[in-house]
Ligand binder design. Structure first.
Ligand code: GLV
Length: 321
């Protein structure tokens, strides 16, 4: 008998094909809307495996309702939606998809940085709205990216990949992290800075931390007040790392020049949210890893974790938290 698994969202064809060869697959065959929590519980109840996304709450109650559950395979690198302690206590293996999305995510963080610095969103609206009447010396002035100072908060895989992109723009790169990493400094030409010093010196601050109790609300009014007036904040990590009220005030008052977010709190951001009334804010719908090849590789990696766990083998990519 092939083991039964529940997959909480439509999978790319190759990954689904591979999973179907070794498992009986029950799949929520839509992108939107996502399955409600109660549906995930009901359809996981009798399964040995669960393949889920970062938007699915996977808690102790769900695990208790599924006594045969052996593996939870998250198709994302972040796994703050899963109660890891609860899984560990119940001997349920948990896997994620690190590495394969590093470059695509860093590409997107740099795209947001450039779009915000050069006001590309506003420029597109300007043309579409019929405001483009002439060429002018002071129209839509942005900021230089080349030779500016980039502050990277969280120097993991994605932070390092962003630093490599910044090198091509001759940027000075500062980083802050829980620990200094001297070997990186020589290799990537980056400088360690205490968090507050980084905020005070950077023209661009890009966030690349995991969401934990320590990083929730990491950027609030105190931190925004430390930043330069021309500074731009980029967030491709998790929405809850930034206090949305404090960000609104800082952008509205001109305390900082702009922000570009791929992740928000709440997520999705309702279309009438006051943040969306600000011209100096760009919001993308959590798509930093959304390229055809990256999403295909993430799905395959999640399938490989799931199959390994169902066969009683160590997961190729177990979560480390
Ligand atoms: C995306 O946010 C991920 O964690 O993979």
């Amino acid at each position: 008998m092939r083991p039964e698994v529940f997959v909480t969202r439509r999978l790319p064809a190759l990954a689904l094909e591979e999973l179907s060869q070794s498992c009986q697959v029950d799949m929520w065959d839509h992108e939107s809307p996502p399955p409600p929590y109660e549906t995930i519980v009901a359809r996981t109840r009798d399964k040995e495996g669960l393949l889920c996304l970062l938007t699915d709450r996977i808690d102790a109650a769900l695990m208790d309702a599924a006594p045969g559950l052996k593996v939870i395979s998250q198709c994302a690198v972040g796994y703050d939606n899963i109660d890891i302690q609860a899984a560990r206590a119940r001997h349920i293996a948990v896997g994620n998809t690190p590495g394969v999305l590093t470059e695509a995510t860093a590409d997107f963080a740099f795209a947001l940085l450039m779009a915000s610095a050069r006001r590309i969103g506003e420029a597109i609206d300007y043309v579409r709205n019929g405001d483009w009447k002439t060429w002018g010396l002071t129209i839509l002035l942005g900021q230089d990216v080349h030779r500016a100072t980039l502050g990277i908060v969280g120097m993991g895989r994605i932070g390092q990949a962003l630093a490599r992109r910044a090198e091509g723009f001759e940027m000075r790169v500062l980083y802050s992290d829980v620990a200094r990493q001297p070997s990186l400094e020589a290799r990537l030409g980056v400088e360690y800075a205490a968090f507050d010093d980084l905020l005070q010196q950077a023209d661009f601050v890009s966030l690349h931390v995991n969401l934990t109790p320590q990083t929730t609300g990491l950027i609030g009014s105190r931190e925004l007040a430390l930043m330069k007036q021309n500074a731009i904040l980029i967030n491709t990590s998790r929405g809850q790392v930034v206090d949305p009220q404090a960000l609104y005030q800082a952008l509205k008052s001109g305390r900082i020049a702009g922000a570009a977010l791929d992740v928000t709190d709440p997520e999705p951001l309702p279309p009438d949210h006051r943040l969306l009334s600000l011209p100096n804010l760009i919001v993308a719908p959590h798509i930093a890893s959304a390229t055809e090849s990256t999403r295909g590789r993430m799905a395959l990696m999640a399938v490989h974790n799931l199959i390994a766990g169902l066969e009683g083998n160590p997961l190729p990519n177990p979560v480390s938290g």
